[in-house]
Write a protein that binds this ligand. Structure first.
Ligand code: IMP
Length: 829
């Protein structure tokens, strides 16, 4: 066909035109032509959507240019595989990274619209449970800002993490229908549609070469369709791709039924296949073993690897360059099957000899461990893997066989070690150990804080560390300052910029320039003013939304994170009850008024965590209405903790509760967000708290409680919580107030399971053992708060020393030390 139009030329013209067009013009065009709305019909949500589409228009030219450049330069790409991405809202972040936030706000203002109000119409993308998913989202921002050829790969769940409401003080879960009002950021890519097989059988054939070949037949097929979201870097032209998979029924399979005239079964099968990406599993820190979850995991890695090969094959005829062009990071064990699937694709579909395929696989894959809790380590029943992924089970056995041969060579006769290191746990029912699989199949295994890495090496994966110490390394987590300071806390970011300029936005270590200002009275005054205004904003929001009145001059004390026993929200509640008791006993001359906020979701099946929520709300109910404590002590549970709620909380916070039992929290990142916003930490020496203390100095953080080795020693010699209860009258009073029903007179035994778990079931997380130390430390907090100059100085020094905790630092380390991907600047014509 004769070509009349030069698309390339037209593209350039369009891009030029777009770059010259004002934001508000693009905005109005989007309102008219994309949404078909005018001033009579447009709703506030339409205005939000128009702003988002307009912002996306500004991203597209850079996005295409970035992706083309990756092809032209044939760069090494890193694929970050994560079953969870807790990205939250994108509009504010994208405008900041594009450098047009203020211009956009002003031009909308001229049109009578408030950008901040419009941003409230965006649904949070809640495709994650907590820290692990939020880390992945921060990583995307840093990869683009550092101009690294990086891709996020994940799942486009129709329902993200559930919406939490409180009913009579209990958590109730509601579906999170986040796609209901269209997602303006995503671009469906029906051209990237891959088949994913499940079930079926394996046929073995003897090839003329004398080798056996394997084919997977009679399998069910679901299709994976790509949806792309642009991820802009800050202040540069890089726009990376975040690709999510959505399950669609396979047409071929449907047709079998349609052709047989079985219309209803065809439709039923369709919805069954599409269930694969229906919902995010809301578990956190426990492993469930559900078949649909394993299906999700395989669906995810199969589609992703097909896509990685498609891209690689465009530029390469042989497999030899694969490890030089591809790095795959496994975010926890959820994508562990990537190791096995990569082997299957290489060995069964590309007929690469086993040794070479294994060499490629281990050079490409790297694994991040996120947990040390034994109940969270993923294991899958062999019988389930056999049924769902028959070829993969064979490959796992082969990998295991070859691996254990190596272990035996290094440790002849050590049967016990072989049993511990096997990919298969033998009893009581055979299970595949996904952590072991990840370690064996990767060239790098990293922990997420220094302390956690030591525990990985010396406790949970010690045998593996002894065999291959060179694989193990630490990449301490971080957060992106673009979202968690520049976007969330405009006042503080502006104050900092007034004194030290804006370089901290891409180089967080620049905050060190604040150190000499920590004692400066004028700067201190402005610092306090910022916090005060943020607290007033938050007070107004709490009044309007949860509908509570709080004292804005009280100490704002926050514990916000998933509800879990190891995180010890319970210890915090015990302290609140202690304060309540002391106020009643009139033991304070100068009580520092406090508002203690909690927020966090409990897994729907986690009865104890849900009961702790009820305890918090019940204590709040009594304390908040008691005339003796009014305005001096309040307890507020903020429902539906999410990224957008977090962005409100951190700027207003003064005290950050990071009080997990030492040796249980891998890193934490909430601790970093609080400190970056000027809150002081009260915490144990756990996870990244240890490094926060190193950075800010021990005078600027409140540390209490047992250290990891002390917890181990106490448990080894036999921990008896009753001795703590019987020897501490305050603690006894507090526990008795709860167990005898003071906070729930209508059902006095309601909280017995909690107090029983502490007193009679071993108090697994040593709440009672750390109670006295926690109370003493909180007294020190209150004393320090009375001296606002000292407090402000500590707050400034916390922020000044947060440089290490930017994901820019974390990602640069991953890039240099694990992935080998290079800075790739993008020039626009
Ligand atoms: P993908 O990485 O293959 O998914 O493609 C993403 C984008 O890269 C496409 O939308 C194109 O803009 C660009 N692209 C794809 N293939 C090529 C190529 O062969 N050369 C240059 N750019 C390409």
């Amino acid at each position: 066909m004769e070509q009349h139009i030069d698309i390339d030329e037209l593209e350039k013209l369009c891009i030029q035109e777009k770059n010259q067009e004002s934001f508000v013009n693009t905005f109005v065009k989007r309102l008219l032509y994309t949404l078909a709305k005018d001033k009579y019909s447009a709703t506030a949500r339409d205005y939000f959507l128009s702003a988002a589409y307009a912002a996306k228009d500004y991203l597209v030219a850079r996005w295409i240019k970035t992706q083309q450049e990756y092809y032209y330069q044939d760069v090494k790409r890193v694929y970050y595989l994560s079953m969870e991405f807790l990205t939250g809202r994108a509009l504010g972040n994208n405008l900041i990274n594009l450098g047009i936030y203020d211009a956009c706000r002003r031009s909308l203002e001229d049109a009578g619209l408030d950008l901040q109000d419009l941003m409230e119409y965006e649904s949070d993308a809640g495709l994650g449970n907590g820290g692990l998913g939020r880390l992945a989202a921060c990583f995307l921002d840093s990869m683009a800002t550092l101009q690294l050829p990086g891709y996020g790969y994940g799942m486009r769940y129709e329902y993200g993490i559930f919406y939490q409401i409180l009913k009579d003080g209990y958590q109730v879960e509601k579906p999170d229908n986040w796609l209901r009002y269209q997602n303006p950021w995503e671009i469906p890519r029906p051209e990237f549609l891959y088949p994913v097989k499940f079930y079926g059988e394996i046929q073995q054939h003897l090839h003329p070469s004398g080798e056996f070949h394997y084919t997977w037949v009679n399998a069910d097929i679901a299709m994976a369709m790509a949806y792309d979201t642009p991820i802009p870097g800050y202040g540069n032209n890089t726009v990376n791709t975040f690709r999510l998979w959505s399950a669609k029924a396979s047409r071929d399979f449907d047709l079998q039924f349609f052709n047989r005239g079985d219309y209803m079964q065809a439709v039923e099968h369709k919805s069954e296949a599409e269930t694969i990406t229906k919902v995010l599993y809301p578990e956190d820190s426990t492993m469930q073993g559900k078949e649909l979850r394993l299906k999700q995991e395989y669906f995810f890695v199969s589609a992703t690897l097909q896509d990685i090969f498609r891209r690689y094959d465009k530029k390469h005829d042989s497999i030899d360059e694969f490890p030089n062009k591809v790095a795959i990071q496994l975010n926890d064990t959820h994508p562990a099957l990537a190791v096995v699937e990569l082997m299957r694709l290489l060995v069964d579909e590309r007929f690469i000899p086993w040794e070479k395929a294994w060499d490629i696989t281990t050079k490409v894959c790297a694994y991040t461990n996120h947990t040390i809790l034994p109940e969270a380590l993923e294991r899958w029943k062999v019988s389930l893997v056999q049924k769902l992924l028959p070829r993969h089970l064979q490959l796992i056995y082969e990998i295991n066989h070859r691996f254990l041969d190596q272990v035996w060579i290094h440790n002849p006769g050590d049967h016990d070690r072989l049993r511990r290191m096997s990919l298969i746990e033998e009893s009581p029912e055979k299970q595949v150990r996904m952590g072991n699989l990840c370690i064996v199949g990767s060239h790098s295994v990293n922990g997420v804080s220094e302390l956690h890495t030591e525990i990985v090496k010396n406790r949970i994966f010690r045998d593996f560390y002894e065999l291959t110490p060179e694989k193990f390394n630490c990449k301490t987590n971080g957060i992106t300052q673009r979202r968690w300071l520049v976007l969330a806390n405009r006042r503080l970011a502006d104050l900092i910029a007034d004194y030290i300029g804006n370089d901290f936005v891409t180089d967080l270590y620049q905050l060190k320039q604040l150190i000499p200002l920590a004692d400066n009275p004028e700067f201190q005054q402005k610092w306090r003013q910022v916090k005060h205004e943020n607290k007033l904003d938050f007070t107004a929001w709490v009044r309007k939304h949860p509908g509570e009145r709080i004292n804005p001059d009280s100490l704002f004390d926050f514990q916000v994170k998933r509800m879990h026993e190891y995180k010890r929200q319970l210890l915090n509640v015990l302290h609140v009850v202690y304060l309540y008791l002391k106020l009643h006993q009139e033991q304070y001359t100068e009580f520092v008024p406090r508002t203690v906020f909690f927020a966090g979701k409990a897994a729907p099946g986690y009865t104890m965590a849900k009961l702790i929520i009820k305890l918090i709300t019940s204590v709040g109910h009594l304390v908040n209405h008691d005339p003796i404590t009014r305005d001096r002590l309040k307890v507020i549970f903020l429902p539906n903790y999410s990224v957008s709620l977090a962005q409100r909380i951190f700027p207003a916070a003064e005290l950050s509760e990071q009080i997990s039992t030492a040796g249980t929290e891998a890193s934490g990142t909430g601790n970093m967000k609080f400190a970056l916003n000027g809150a002081l930490t009260i915490g144990t020496l756990d996870g990244a708290n240890v490094e926060i203390r190193e950075e800010v100095g021990e005078d600027n953080i409140f540390i209490f409680g047992m250290k990891t080795h002390e917890v181990e020693e106490l448990k080894a010699k036999g921990y008896d919580p009753l001795t703590y209860y019987n020897s501490n009258a305050d603690l006894k009073n507090v526990i008795d107030m709860i167990s005898t029903g003071l906070f729930c007179p209508e059902t006095p035994d309601l909280f017995r399971p909690i107090t029983d778990s502490l007193l009679y079931h071993g108090d697994q997380y040593c709440v009672l053992a750390d109670f006295a130390s926690y109370v003493a430390c909180q007294q020190q907090v209150a004393e320090t708060y009375k001296d606002q100059e000292t407090w402000t100085k500590m707050s400034i020094l916390n922020v000044a020393n947060m440089g290490k905790f930017s994901t820019d630092r974390t990602i640069q380390q991953y890039a240099d030390e694990i992935w080998g991907v290079k800075h790739t600047p993008i020039e626009m014509d």
